[in-house]
Design a protein around this ligand. Sequence first.
Ligand code: ADP
Ligand code: LRH
Length: 493
Amino acid sequence: AGAGVMIAVDIGASSGRVIIGRLPDATSGAEPGQLAMEVVHRFPNGVSEVDGSLHWDAEGIFAEVTAGLKAAAAVVRETGERVLSIGIDTWAVDYGLLDADGRLVGPPHAYRDSRTDATIDRVHAAISPERLYAVGGMQFLPFNTVYQLAAEQDLAGQRALLIPDLLAYWLTGVERTEETNASTTALFDAREVAWSAEVFDAVGVPQLFAELIAPGQAYGTLRTEVAAATGLAADVQVVAVGSHDTASAVAAVPAADAHFAYVSSGTWSLVGLELEEPVLSEASRAANFTNERGVDGTIRYLQNVGGLWLLQESMRDWAEQGRERELTDLLAAAAELDAGPVVDANAAEFIAPGQMAGRIRAAVERAGDTLPAAPGEADALGAASGVDPDQAATVRCIMDSLAAGYAASLAAAAELSGQRPQVVHIVGGGSQNTLLCQLTADATGLPVLAGPVEATAQGNLLVQARAAGLISGGLAELRRAVAADLVRYQPRA
Ligand code: ADP
Ligand code: LRH
């Protein structure tokens, strides 16, 4: 048989991709080389509004996954390679509900929906925020799964699968819950590494999730219908990876030593440290740090900073006004400006979609400041690129705000954990943002190493490669196999 390859299905809030990963076989005696990736399918993703609430089109996403697997099957048919396994990661927290026959009960809600506004107080009356934190160690985010489940009307007879597990179920027919993602629900016991009966009972929700599995364990092989539809062999395994995209991204941070911080930079910026034990102290709760479970039982001690969502949504806003601009032009225009006012990128007011540029401007004004130019003001700067002055100022404000947010989060993480990072690794789509990378170095006073862009897919593939016996060892060994051309940014005085 030909060489074995792995397939990563990596779906973020803004886009998805299906990637073939190849790693030279270490059992042949050679040093394991670096992972090579071939993107076979990309597709856009985003929330859609159905009947006034925000949803994910899970079935549409699954159709894209199937199309990607079909493209991967076509590639290996040409090369004579053999697909060993498929791994899936997506954003955290959200889930699909299945009825007694295993059918999806409507499109899954998206975490940016406002339905939890009505349930947070009710959950906190049933179990205090202090107790929730002592058990699960999750930062308070209004969309944590526990608040979402509390918003469901009637759960009797239903089961829930987190989004990557739902896709794995459709591929294999097997229901499991992968544990890095389970840890983000706030229904999980961070120390016991098990569902928390205490939290489910307190909230009055049945324990409706499937049995836990860890990264590296298999859900099962492909359903015959899936094998037929994709052209993949029916014995291809779907293997659990860090199915929380951030778990896979952190697993592939190309860190050379232990004292590193990371920013997983996409729609969100996940900013923090890798620890061996959770920090469940009251100070940590008050600072709103999370203890998400990582690959190999590590703890991702981090905060969600508003992220490039603020930029994505501002750009959508401008496009709706007929002022669509290229991302690279916007960033170049922002880089021409001096630092200006900042907003709190973590503020709950930026979670929902819509009119983002206006909301940022309003937040600056509420703080008694102004952004240098108003919409429609004469175009002095943007003559060449077509970027309007208010757009440049808004993008500059987002970048300054994110960099300030990263620096504040990292300082707090260091303080609360006692671990002092020497370098900041930025991975994900945002690692290409040279302005943000430089501002992060400046704001943190630490060197920044940017890349790889596709860290999440690499973390996904390397966990599969280890499950297949192509590489062995812990995270340090996996990280040495990460393919990355790192760009270094030094802090400026
Ligand atoms: P997610 O996984 O959340 O969907 P990604 O990791 O794919 O996010 O990152 C998407 C972000 O990457 C975009 O919002 C954009 O700001 C940024 N990005 C993509 N391409 C570039 C580029 N060429 N230069 C700078 N930033 C980029
Ligand atoms: C990033 C991410 C993040 C979660 C959010 C829901 O894609 O998984 O880690 O907090 O989405």
